[in-house]
Design a protein around this ligand. Structure first.
Ligand SMILES: N[C@@H](CCC(=O)N[C@@H](CS)C(=O)NCC(=O)O)C(=O)O
Length: 230
């Protein structure tokens, strides 16, 4: 249990999808934590001390012990507080393996989404085709392993690592569509994914961690102008 004498600190950056994964996991589990916003253009000595290898956020510090890499942190949270909130990974080893597999696949999708940040329309068209291809594979995988009825089941009690990954990776799709001028999730091509994401972003706990719309638009526009990929 996250007792009163436990100290959990998350070092993050407001717009980072990796940080949002951890923030969402902590909220789903109901673990109180302190949040430290890092300036990635001027990294704090503490961040460099905690993550000397990659020098990146998120870093979670539990009772003084730092750990890095969002997916590693999610598993740590689940293992450390197994009885708090929903289980983020299933108990069954085969199911766990499936979840880990698809979580890393969704990471690949996030990498592709980063390619939309370009003023090169041809490159953007290629990126969106690759994104649709990956989304289709994800949708088929979800049908086979998790939603055999073809309908996503979404409830706060059942949120796990896959829901966290999907909500954070695709949760800003409407803003991305607005800024990049492309359809990021096509309901005709991927109806299950479309309704899954829409149901997830309506959950209060997901809304709570979503950064303000205006700030996200400004960030995407800034990245677009500078040609910076996420
Ligand atoms: N694989 C890492 C990726 C984390 C990451 O890329 N964080 C970015 C923020 S979105 C960062 O800290 N960038 C700082 C830098 O690259 O110097 C994870 O899953 O935690």
């Amino acid at each position: 249990m996250a007792e009163g004498n436990e100290k959990v600190v998350l070092h993050g950056m407001w717009g980072s999808p990796y940080v949002k994964r951890v923030e969402l996991a902590l909220k789903i589990k109901g673990i109180p934590f302190e949040y430290v916003e890092e300036d990635l253009s001027n990294k704090s000595p503490l961040l460099l001390q905690y993550n000397p290898v990659h020098k990146k956020v998120p870093v979670l510090v539990h009772n003084g012990k730092p750990m890095c890499e969002s997916l590693v942190i999610l598993e740590y949270i689940d293992e450390t507080w197994p009885n708090l909130g929903p289980q983020l990974l299933p108990k069954d080893p085969y199911q766990r393996a499936q979840v880990r597999f698809w979580a890393s696949y969704i990471q690949e999708l996030l990498d592709k989404l980063g390619k939309l940040i370009t003023n090169d329309k041809e490159a953007q068209k290629k990126a969106i085709e690759e994104i649709y291809e990956k989304q289709k594979i994800l949708e088929d995988g979800m049908k086979e392993f998790f939603f055999p009825t073809g309908q996503p089941e979404v409830s706060v009690e059942k949120l796990g690592i896959l829901e966290i990954m999907v909500a954070v990776t695709l949760g800003a799709f409407k803003i991305q569509e607005e800024v990049f001028g492309v359809k990021v999730i096509d309901p005709e091509k991927n109806p299950l994914l479309f309704s899954w994401v829409n149901a997830l972003i309506e959950l209060p706990v997901v809304k709570e961690i979503a950064p303000p719309r205006e700030k996200v638009i400004a960030l995407f526009e800034f990245l677009l102008q500078r040609g910076i990929k996420l």
